[in-house]
Design a protein around this ligand. Sequence first.
Ligand code: NAP
Length: 479
Amino acid sequence: MAQMLINGELVGTQSGTTITVRNPANGEVVGEVPRGTAAAVDAAVGAAAKAFPAWASMPATKRAQLMHEAARKMHEVVDEVAKLLSLEQGKPLAHAKLEASRVAENLEYFAGLADKLRGDYIPLDDPAKFGITIRRPVGVVAAITPWNFPLTLFANKLCPALAAGCTIVLKPASTTPLATQRAIEAINSAGFPAGVINTLHGSGSEIGDALVSHPRIHKVAFTGQTETGKRIMQLAAKNVTRVTLELGGSDAMIVADDADVRRATAAAAIGRFFNAGQACLAVKRIFVFEKVAEEFMTKFTDRALKEWKLGDQFAADTKMGPLHTEHQRAEVESQVADAVKRGARVLAGGKRPEGAEYAKGWYYPATVLADAPEDSRVATEEVFGPAVPVFIVKDLDEAIAKANSTVYGLGSSIFTKDMAKARRAAEQLEAGYTWVNDIQVAYDQLPFGGTKQSGFGKEHGIEALEGYLEKKSVVLASG
Ligand code: NAP
């Protein structure tokens, strides 16, 4: 059984109860983790608080060395961690390997930034005085992550936190704790002092409140559903704890009349069907100009039908594994059914695949819908699975207005050869990211985060570090 890492030790819980982790492809048991309790929360937070002063005052070059060593340790376990991730999450093994490798890359990126942090010199009116600003780590961080990209999303929090000098308590989703736990054990074996990195397992509804509202937590870094984010914000308010919230999205893609349609369909397919559509940054609504609509629908449907092979995570030709849970599949099915009932046409997919190989898993195929009403659920809600509505628009004004008619604001993209259109879209689309003629892929160097109900605060880039630091002003007067 996997355990929790608290104060440098691998531990279970006093209650002795466990959470069973199952493979979404066949329901088989993959492993178990202890079911954490409020006492475990207190122990983990206490350990992180005790470790904080020494970690925060350790020279940044030393912290960076440990992070580089952690990246080496992570590289050594990429295959083992990727296999666990595939088994517990359902994603194809090749994609899980990419995700596991990204943890090591993220450690390297932030290790490189750790000793580049600086303050400011600020002249004051009085010539006998001047001001400086120094940057201090915020303290103990609670990091809470979802099941869709468990490794990427814990690394997005752990790496800037460590570089800034914060200590951390990490709670992965209760359906995907195993790969995270194994990766953390490898990272911790680089030699971090006890208590700098801690893990907790358990259901968010059972231990989440105790963690988020713990008086010794100074920041909550959360990724998950918008509704959970709202709850976390309320809980954090109790102690005026700062939060960063990476929440849901319903990203629009605009395909203009001058677009390279082939390229746009490739980006739409990867953007919607990668990770079986269970991605925050994903093409969730497509707005195509009339002139290229038919060509787009034909080519995009073709890709959905031919290129996104459903199958077992470990089969070499699998592009999409099962959805993560029964609930997840039922939700996508009901969103598609709502659109179809109200007049949408199914161009691809739209029903469970047949065949014995799919009988035991939560499989759902790449699905393309046309003529979905604008107030149907696929248009107004986040669709967290491989289904996408395509809408026809007459011009850029209509496309931007419709793209912005959502509570979400995470990503967005436009395909056009006209720089004026690209610039307008970049300026007017209400989202944290706009890609022009490109696939929605987040870059380590670029700040990533949403607006509106997709949350606030940044991950990736130098900006991510700012979320783990506070600026303090100091006035120096001549003695
Ligand atoms: P979720 O249900 O909100 O769960 C996310 C995490 O929060 C899990 O660890 C969960 O624990 C925990 N949790 C649940 N209730 C809690 C509470 N009251 N207090 C503290 N923690 C609590 O989200 P999900 O369904 O796993 O993830 C899918 C969502 O995440 C989608 O909406 C997606 O768009 C969003 N997402 C956003 C980004 C981004 O960067 N913006 C990236 C990826 C995913 P349990 O697992 O134990 O319930």
